[in-house]
Design a protein. Structure first.
Length: 145
């Protein structure tokens, strides 16, 4: 059992399932690297005590736009559709010395596929979304939208 600090939580359109996204440290190494972790709740929880979470997908944070240098310097909004496609938009500091927040977007598609160059061997695909003003970081995938 672990602990995730969710930065964005939403539901599917029918409001039966919660989705949450977190940036989580890699405790297996001494590095400062973080993973982007997408989780999903059980369907139709009757109370907060009835919530059970499972991991949908995770990917190394540096592979996506908006890598968080400080959680306090970021702003997020997210949504999910009936097919489980999760989209998040945010504004984040571009590096640890920056004072300017830049817009970015990321998406996870459970039916998508990623470019082999990312060495991503899990189901689905992560993708950066271009936002007015450009994305932060490298273009991450050729996922199907």
């Amino acid at each position: 059992m672990g602990w995730l600090d969710l930065i964005c939580v939403t539901t599917d359109p029918a409001s039966t399932t919660f989705y949450g996204l977190a940036y989580a440290p890699d405790y297996s190494t001494d590095s400062d690297s973080k993973y982007v972790v997408l989780i999903r709740s059980n369907t139709n929880p009757t109370s907060p005590g009835d919530l059970a979470w499972s991991i949908v997908s995770l990917i190394e944070g540096w592979k996506l736009a908006g890598y968080p240098y400080t959680a306090d310097g970021s702003e997020y909004t997210c949504s999910s559709n009936a097919q489980g496609v999760f989209t998040m938009f945010g504004r984040a500091l571009s590096d640890s010395n920056s004072k300017v927040k830049k817009p970015y977007g990321i998406r996870y598609n459970p039916s998508g596929s990623m470019d082999d160059s990312f060495n991503y061997r899990r189901p689905g695909a992560w993708q950066n979304i271009t936002v007015a003003g450009g994305t932060i970081g490298q273009e991450a995938s050729t996922g199907i939208l």
